[in-house]
Design a protein around this ligand. Structure first.
Ligand code: PEP
Ligand code: MG
Length: 591
């Protein structure tokens, strides 16, 4: 192995990182350093600008070829599971605005192509890193990866992916192509300094069933090839130089998990039915086309929440009606007639488009967000509604409105939908005239008005992420107050229950699509309240089904009545936790 040094860490060191892909990995470290230079080392003033421009063009060509090859080898093994990830990196490299920006930088500052690339792409990645939304923060790592690839291509550096023995790959950051370029048979796990649950490398690691942990200690700079490591992809534990005793403990945990996982996926085809025969609908939350595959593998019965703002933010601009239409159509067609609930733009709060008219607000989550923004910008709203209606001709589509707090907002939206339908009829474009319209119940106002809202919409979807934020007055993105953020707070649970009861009274379909739907301790009380449909991250479906299949509805109902005697979130969570532990022995693997 390269980078081998004689130094050996003697004593066992246990660190805590962020688990991003479940499983246990143990083995020697392989330190992967694809890029060693910093920007200032690349700052060379050049005389021959045209020569640098040519070098830049050929670097782009070379990296596009590398991505093509990585995509081909990925498709040979994993079909089109990861194709979209490579497509988006290729599209980024072909973006004429970006290419121009770099060329202008070379010309303006007479700098080397390597310096210009590094400068512009560092700026772009910083923009993404500073966004509140975790998904977009992690897109920054794709841009850093492209920066490394382009600079390496310019400097003629070839990256070594030669893993000859099984090892845990340790890197500052891993890109989608790095992930597939390694020989799958030799990768035991991934330990990176950067990234998170939604970084592309983590998404791929989960898809490939490779345990992964992110550390915040720059371990890629500290560890050496051959250092023995254990990664716990459930708890985030990173153990360097484990003792014999620790190795044995984790060997057992790994064997246990393997058995558990085999059982879990054997049952994936089974419906989510409680022990006393009550059927629960299992839907998936998605934002991107590649996640449809995750939803299908995990046997989602439909898409309960298709967040569309991510597509807008990724485009870094307002996509046209046609671009939106083909994006929605792809998802709808791949869902083969199963329900797809498209939520209209939920911009604002922590999801801001670059270069748009948004001003910094004092209270962004109470500000110009979601339906408020859309109703103030009818041309943007109508383009999206038209794209969704056009796509509705290709499957089973419903429209979902975010952040509703009054009947007015629904009436105004309905008027716009009518206008759009008329224009489609006029243009002789097919659409579903009976498309269903639903409201997210995620403000206290909507929950309090739930009874009335049943008269105006066809279905409800409870958004517990925002409902918790707004009921408890806790900014969901502020780390300082995150300890107070608990959906188990009885104040929030009361709003959830009231909404479910209002829907039940009118026979209105209702689902819950906040993160709470996949919390093992929450599932029994949600069923106990009367909920029969859950929408969650596709990878949580198998575990949630396992929990549902081990519950009796009558006991869940009793649990929900019992917890009404508790007055704090902690007490309620503890009671729910001991209830679930009594039903499921392997709860630790469902986290
Ligand atoms: C929610 O608020 O619970 C929800 C599902 O929507 P988002 O997380 O996109 O705001
Ligand atoms: Mg929300």
């Amino acid at each position: 192995m390269k980078n081998s040094k004689t130094r050996k860490i003697k004593q066992e060191i246990i660190l805590t990182g962020i688990p991003t892909s479940p499983g246990i990995a143990s083995g020697p470290a392989y330190i992967f350093r694809p890029f060693q230079l910093n920007i200032s080392e690349l700052e060379i003033k050049v005389e021959d600008i045209n020569h640098e421009l040519d070098l830049f063009n050929s670097a782009i060509e070379k990296v596009l070829r590398q991505l093509e090859n990585a995509q081909k080898s990925s498709e040979a093994y994993y079909q089109d599971q990861f194709s979209e990830i490579f497509e988006s990196q290729k599209a980024f490299l072909k973006d004429p605005i970006l290419i121009n920006e770099i060329k202008q930088e070379i010309q303006r500052s007479q700098s080397s192509a390597a310096f210009a690339i590094s400068k512009i792409l560092s700026k772009k990645s910083e923009y993404f890193i500073n966004l509140e939304n975790r998904y977009f923060r992690e897109r920054a790592y794709d841009i850093i990866d492209l920066k490394h690839k382009l600079v390496n291509a310019l400097l003629g550096i070839d990256v070594d992916y030669q893993l000859t023995t099984p090892a845990i790959v340790v890197a500052e950051v891993l890109s989608p192509s790095d992930t597939v370029n390694f020989n799958r048979n030799f990768i035991l796990g991934f330990l990176t300094d950067k990234g998170g649950r939604t970084s592309h490398a983590a998404i791929m690691a989960r898809g490939l069933r490779i345990p992964a942990v992110v550390n915040r200690y720059n371990l890629s700079q500290v560890l050496h090839d051959g250092d023995y490591l254990i990664l716990d992809g459930f708890t985030g534990a990173i153990i360097i130089n484990p003792t014999e005793e620790t190795r044995k403990k984790y060997k057992n945990k790994k064997a246990d998990f393997k058995k558990f996982e085999q059982r879990l996926y054997k049952e994936i085809e089974l419906p989510a039915v409680t022990l006393d025969g009550v059927r629960i609908q299992m839907l998936a939350n998605i934002e991107f086309v590649h996640e449809v595959n995750d939803a299908r593998i995990n046997k989602a019965e439909g898409i309960g929440l298709f967040r569309t703002e991510s597509f807008f933010i990724e485009q870094q601009n307002m996509p046209s009606e046609d671009q939106q239409f083909s994006f929605y159509k792809q998802v709808i067609e791949q869902m083969n007639g199963n329900e797809v609930t498209i939520r209209v733009l939920d911009l604002g709060g922590d999801k801001i488009l670059p270069n748009n008219e948004y001003q910094t607000e004092m209270n962004p989550f109470l500000g110009w967000r979601a339906i408020r923004f859309l109703l103030d910008r009818p041309s943007i709203f109508k383009a999206q509604l038209r794209a969704i209606l056009r796509a509705s001709a290709y499957g089973n589509v419903q429209i979902l409105l975010p952040m509703i707090s009054s009947v007015d907002e629904i009436l105004k939206t309905k008027a716009l939908i009518e206008e759009v339908k008329k224009s489609l009829l006029f243009d002789k474009i097919e659409f579903n005239p009976d498309i269903k319209l639903g409201a997210m119940i995620e403000t206290p106002a909507a929950a309090m008005l739930a009874d009335i809202l049943t008269e105006y919409v066809d279905f409800f979807s409870i958004g517990t992420n925002d409902l918790t934020q707004y009921v408890l007055a806790i900014d969901r993105t502020n780390e300082k107050v995150s300890k107070y953020f608990s959906t188990f707070n009885p104040a929030v649970l009361n709003f959830v229950e009231a909404t479910i009861k209002a829907a039940e009274k009118k026979g209105l379909p209702i689902t819950l699509c906040g993160e709470f739907a996949a919390v093992p301790e929450a599932i029994p009380i949600l069923l106990g309240m009367g909920l029969r449909s859950l929408s969650m991250n596709p990878f949580s479906i198998a575990g949630a089904k396992k929990i549902i299949r081990s519950l009796k509805l009558s006991e869940c109902e009793k649990l929900y009545q019992d917890i009404k005697n508790y007055h704090t979130a902690d007490e309620i969570e503890k009671a729910c936790s001991s209830f679930v532990k009594r039903q499921i022995s392997d709860l630790q693997y469902l986290k």
